[in-house]
Write a protein that binds this ligand. Structure first.
Ligand code: ATP
Ligand code: MG
Length: 440
């Protein structure tokens, strides 16, 4: 920023707010995110996927080359800027697959064979903010690199189902799976000619985006969100009808696993996904409960991406899910557990008791008990009020009389019948287990 611009920014004293479409995540909502993130982490571990974290800022060329120039993301959604220090062209990542593939090539990660990786992090797209659509949003996703499938294609889809199930989402009622195959480049080439012919005879019905993409990337027209284009898109030639025996065999093999696993899906021949890098298997998980932002997860095979980014040709497949949309869905269905409360609240009536109280509270925490310490003093009554409001199951009262006897008073806050008892300060470890309550 030029110096004079900086000066005027500094002189302004109006309160600052977050950038439009970029949200703060605050308690108690953040606890729900952590709960969901823990589920994702555990799921990935069960399937043998290792965590990977790539930079939020990447060279702009990574996405232009990786996603394709004629895509919504590259044409109008990227936050791109020039690095003022060295004029590098940079972009806030709009998705994570290209970054993961770049990292895999850069670090020769597939030297000894395939790699299963997963990530979770912020992505950035300049879109019109609305429910389920933001400018900074978060994705978790998995990438199976160096596997030609169809086994891993099916594994990734089953992995998504395992997560939905664990979250309490009921297959078919809350989420459903759509599946398609995009075949191989040569098959797409033939389909492309038929597609252009179809849209040419209906040229007057095309919207501006479609007209612009008619010759550069007609497949993208099938991904149009414009309702006025729906009839025309529905009548377009189906890519599935152009697939050869090998592509069909791959598709059938994926379907056979899903069938055997009792996973219902529908084949949607219009499902093309937003990026150019996909081939063969593509899929989306959708819900009817989030309006127009109904896709919670999308993925597919991208065997051409490694070469596109300058690596050795390498088969790969992956998916990405939108964290905000999954959170909205779980919220809508009331599937989040009740927020966790501390096991105990430490009441310290006199400041002179603080050193002794603190030693006990630390010992309890070391034993795995969540203890909230009353901070800032206050009368016995107000401290009890805070203890109650904290949701803690127990109050620990460090009163002078008890401390003088080498004890602390313990009171169950949620059970009106329970009498106040005392516990010895000397053997905290022995009674810590009484306070440890299972976390959801
Ligand atoms: P959409 O069709 O809704 O724009 P997309 O096809 O652009 O989605 P992908 O690039 O496939 O989305 O990203 C995978 C997932 O990430 C989506 O299914 C969605 O759940 C989530 N997602 C994508 N864009 C956003 C956004 N702007 N805000 C919130 N979540 C998003
Ligand atoms: Mg989009």
């Amino acid at each position: 920023m030029a110096d004079n611009k900086l000066l005027s920014v500094k002189a302004d004293r109006s309160p600052l707010v977050a950038v439009k479409g970029m949200n703060d995540l605050l308690p108690p909502d953040s606890a729900r995110w952590e709960w969901l993130e823990d589920k994702v982490r555990a799921l990935m571990a069960r399937y043998g996927y290792a965590n990977v974290r790539t930079p939020i800022v990447e060279p702009t060329a990574l996405f232009v080359r990786g996603l394709g120039e004629v895509t919504d993301i590259v044409e109008k959604e990227m936050y791109s800027f020039e690095d003022a220090m060295n004029s590098d062209q940079l972009t806030l990542r709009p998705e994570n697959t290209a970054g993961v593939v770049r990292a895999a090539v850069e670090h020769s990660m597939l030297y000894e064979g395939g790699k299963r990786l997963w990530y979770l992090g912020a992505q950035f797209r300049h879109e019109r903010p609305q429910k389920g659509r933001y400018r900074q949003f978060h994705q978790f996703g998995a990438e199976a690199l160096g596997f030609a499938g169809p086994d891993v294609d099916a594994e990734l889809i089953l992995m998504c189902r395992a997560l939905w199930r664990e979250l309490g989402l009921v297959e078919r009622r809350d989420v459903r799976l759509e599946l398609n195959s995009l075949g191989q480049p040569a098959e797409r080439e033939k389909h492309r000619a038929a597609l252009i012919a179809h849209f040419e005879v209906n040229a007057e019905a095309l919207d501006d985006d479609a007209r612009r993409r008619l010759y550069s990337n007609p497949l993208r027209i099938l991904d149009s969100k414009n309702p006025a284009m729906k009839a025309l898109v529905d009548a377009a030639p189906r890519l599935l009808d152009f697939l050869g025996a090998e592509s069909m065999a791959h598709f059938d093999a994926v379907r056979a696993v899903l069938d055997a696993a009792g996973l219902a899906y529908s084949v949607n021949p219009r499902l093309v996904r937003g990026m150019d890098y996909y081939n063969l298997t593509v899929f989306e998980w959708m819900t009817d409960r989030l309006g127009a932002q109904g896709t919670i997860c999308g993925g597919g095979r991208y065997d051409g991406l490694f070469a596109q980014l300058g690596g050795k040709p390498t088969p790969a497949v992956g998916f990405a899910a939108g964290l905000e949309r999954v959170v909205l869905l779980l919220d809508e269905l009331g599937l989040f557990p009740a927020p966790a409360a501390p096991a105990a609240y430490a009441i310290v009536p006199k400041v002179t008791a603080l050193p002794q109280a603190m030693v006990v509270v630390e010992a309890l925490r070391a034993a795995g008990v969540a203890v909230l310490l009353n901070a800032g003093g206050g009368s016995m009554k107000s401290q009890f009020k805070r203890a109650d409001a904290s949701g803690a199951a127990h109050a620990l009262i460090f009163g002078d009389d008890e401390l003088a006897r080498g004890e602390v008073a313990l009171k169950a806050l949620r059970d009106p019948q329970a009498a106040q008892v005392t516990r010895r300060l000397a053997d905290v470890a022995a009674w810590a287990c009484e306070l440890r309550i299972p976390q959801p």
